[in-house]
Ligand binder design. Sequence first.
Ligand code: ACO
Length: 362
Amino acid sequence: MTNSIITGWGKCLPPTVLTNHDLESLVDTNDDWITSRTGIKERRISHVGTAELATLAGKRALAAAGIEATDVDLVSVATCTPDMLIPSAASLVQDALGATNAGAIDQNAACSGFLYGLITASGMVQAGVIDTALVVGAERLTYFIDFTDRGTAVLFGDGAGAVVVQATDEPGGLKASDMGSDGSVANILWAPGSGTATNRMELQRNHHLQAIAMNGPEVFKRAVKAMGDSAADVVAKAGWDLDDVDLLIPHQANVRIIDATARRLQLDPAKVFVNIASYGNTSAATIPIALTEALESRRVTPGAKIVFAAFGAGLSWAAAAWEFGSRVEPLGTTDEELPPTDGNVMTLLADNFAYYGGGPAT
Ligand code: ACO
């Protein structure tokens, strides 16, 4: 069987920062609570759409792989916050990249979406169906955040990350995977007014219906169990000992969930990649952003045995045992950037305040 390795990686974080101190002026919370209960210090708010974030992350991943957009057979975008329902975010990204030989598909498994995309694209490469895929996780979650709800307002941020997966004879790539779902408790994390089940008159009366709503403690309990079980499952399926694992790159939702997953794998904290302080929970984007930063900071060594694990709305979860290839340096870079913004976070959020209510205390 052909192997599928990651040959390129990239991220796109919009520049505007919403700090915990900024949130203190929006909702009844404080930096100490947010830091100790979640590990988050700040998050990014995007001034561009999801597809634009995804496209720039994709361009950076293609440059790192040293390939052209026309070499890509499949553009897979994991997102639960696309610019629009039709067409897919992936088609917008395919066009913006000039990936004229690629098919394009969105995958919505919320925070687990990137791993669903990585596992399915790698499976297609291993089966010989395609040679090269661009797998993106991109979100503009803050569009759906009601900043009067302190249970969600402090958690989420915007961003995108991407990898290029390519066929190779070199050893490495996907060694084992696990994907799961439990839709019976879908309503503990949802945005119920965001689809065709919505009564439009009801939505007109109650805009809060469209915001992301969550029963935090219920999600927390299930996340700890599902991420830990799924991660342990792929280590066993890959035939690895726990000692073999070089790095855990978990979904960044809450540092306490990450710590519990690491404990389940009996991992030394030095083997766990955590960047939640800077970006919060960017849903499908957290893992490709974290992988990119792990490579940039030389935490990924040639042939490294990596465990990816994620959990999110659905409920959904996934994990992968992944052996990195021999190249951990990018082949190239691009100097493209997002269009400029004045960076005033409260101005950027003015639409949210107008729609859902709230805004800075004066
Ligand atoms: N600031 C200050 N106090 C707060 C805040 C806040 N932002 N939020 C809640 N509190 C208060 C509560 O009101 C409660 O006060 P009380 O004891 O007086 O009633 C107290 O803090 C404890 O509240 P809990 O909700 O029990 O706090 P918990 O420790 O569970 O932390 C949190 C809440 C951070 C949301 C946690 O439950 C969590 O991380 N859940 C998982 C979220 C997640 O993983 N989502 C992943 C998927 S996202 C996706 O798929 C798109």
